[in-house]
Design a protein around this ligand. Structure first.
Ligand code: HEC
Length: 455
């Protein structure tokens, strides 16, 4: 690839972006951003089923939600992961759904079970990674599942018997994404070491490094039929190059914030990128022209996908809802004051309330009617036995802990950390080392959680 050509193409893409942006201002229509809520925390991943009938969102609240399309109605809530759920993928036949999370585990769900309301779904658990799993990909024949993990490895799992086949070892850092070749014989992977590597699936050997970007690669999509290798990186690069090396690389944007999300709409060849500053850029891979470039939200875009027909886009991020945007002419920047965001209040707070807002509210409500968060409601926590809310799925460790929550035990919980006070609990490791902050937090909780009740 020649650098001059790269720059020439980059300029063209950027120039088009500017033209589109200018034109958008003239014909700006008020497009409704439609919000759908089913989670109790920020949303990290989205996956569309192959037939376009289902969408899955995965959340910080330890659950995944199955939505039916086109209405985006909540169909089923998938409970079982013991930490944030990062990623989901449907098998090519649409029968299986894989989810994976910070608990380093993968769960395999049967769609038929999820659609049967009389049954509790019984996912199979794939255990073997030693750090969070952030991406999942099925092989085109559906026989192998690839899991990308921050333990620096890619797991290859045999789908019929749900067993580990092998780990691919060679990335020098967390692996963020992988994708099988169309014939299923090789696997592309990318990670924080900045490399896109190619592996032989048959014997697990690394064949080559296709790219060394220098900065961590966060997202990637391969389209062999279009001869495209597309990726986004932590330095803001949104780049595509040809797999065969016959065309120069194209930088769709030259300067930007870290890229966190990428989705290719295979039918149209459009690529949608999302950034940590809420920017969404949609490009036509054939012409390298920018189709849309707007700010969808004031926080990060952690996941996005175009819905079938490419007429709308769903994205997710810091909010507990997914948002659908119609992709008509001239999508406007979101009217999204940060003050509207539930987990990041901007009004002036006391230190105790601020501690709660920043460190607890993402997982705990103070209201016993909100049951969608990762942790149990803290309503009436003072005087409550540990693990005593009836319908909350506690870990065995907390369910059997011999602790009553009061000023001293809550203070100890965050002075020493949950791993010391309630070992084996699924509350994440965290300590509040400043005794003033702990004191203020507890004073706030005393008034905000109401009088002691058993819920
Ligand atoms: C990332 C999610 C998360 C965050 C952040 C979090 N917690 Fe938790 N918390 C949990 C989970 C999950 C449980 C249940 C643990 C289990 O079952 O093992 C829990 C349990 C608890 C319990 C025990 C409740 C009971 O019914 O026994 C208390 C008290 C608690 N958390 C307080 C806090 C406070 C105060 C903060 C902020 C300083 C906080 N947590 C931050 C997820 C979280």
């Amino acid at each position: 690839m020649s650098t001059a050509a790269t720059h020439r193409h980059a300029k063209r893409a950027v120039l088009r972006g500017t033209l589109v942006a200018a034109w958008m201002v003239i014909v700006a229509h008020a497009h409704a951003f439609e919000q759908h809520t089913a989670h109790g925390g920020p949303i990290k991943g989205l996956a569309l089923s192959p037939d376009g009938r289902w969408l899955v969102s995965t959340s910080f609240d330890y659950t995944a939600v199955l939505w039916s399309l086109p209405a985006l109605d909540e169909r089923r809530r998938l409970v079982g992961h013991e930490a944030a759920v990062n990623a989901a993928a449907f098998s090519p036949d649409g029968q299986l759904l894989a989810t994976a999370g910070d608990d380093a585990r993968i769960r395999i769900w049967r769609l038929a079970e999820l659609l049967d309301d009389r049954r509790e779904p019984e996912p199979r658990v794939l255990d073997g990674h030693t750090a969070k799993v952030v991406h999942l990909a099925f092989s085109p024949d559906g026989m192998t599942l690839a899991s990308s993990s921050w333990d620096h490895r890619i797991g290859l799992w045999s789908v019929p018997d749900l067993r580990l086949r092998t780990f691919l070892v060679g990335h020098d850092g967390p692996v963020n994404v992988s994708q099988f070749s169309d014939d299923g014989a090789s696997l592309y992977s990318a990670g924080a070491d900045g490399h896109i590597r190619l592996w032989s699936v048959i014997d697990g050997r690394q064949l080559t490094s296709l790219t060394n970007h220098g900065w961590g690669i966060t997202v990637m999509a391969v389209d062999e039929a279009r001869d495209l290798l597309v990726y986004g990186a932590s330095d803001g690069a949104m780049r595509s190059r040809s797999l065969s090396g016959t065309r120069p690389a194209v930088d769709y944007v030259v300067e930007g914030k870290p890229v966190l999300a990428l989705n290719e709409d295979r039918a149209t060849g459009q690529l949608a990128f999302g950034s940590s500053d809420g920017r969404v850029v949609i490009v036509d891979s054939a012409t390298a022209g920018i189709v849309h470039d707007f700010h969808a939200t004031s926080g990060p875009v952690w996941a996005l996908t175009q819905l079938p027909g490419a007429a709308s886009l769903v994205f997710a991020g810091l909010d507990d809802h997914i948002t659908r945007i119609p992709l008509g002419d001239g999508v406007q920047d979101a009217d999204d004051p940060a003050s509207a965001r539930r987990f990041h209040p901007v009004r002036k707070l006391s230190n105790g309330e601020r501690q709660f807002a920043r460190k607890c509210s993402i997982c705990h409500s103070l209201d016993s009617s909100d049951r969608r968060r990762a942790g149990p409601s803290l309503r009436g926590i003072f005087g409550r036995r540990a693990g005593s809310i009836d319908d909350y799925p506690y870990s065995p460790a907390l369910a059997h802990a011999d602790v009553v929550w009061d000023e001293q035990t809550i203070d100890a919980l965050f002075r020493d950390g949950p791993q010391v006070v309630t070992p084996g609990s699924k509350m994440p490791l965290q300590r509040i080392t400043d005794s003033r902050d702990r004191h203020d937090l507890i004073e706030f909780l005393k008034t905000a959680t109401g009088t002691p009740t058993t819920n």
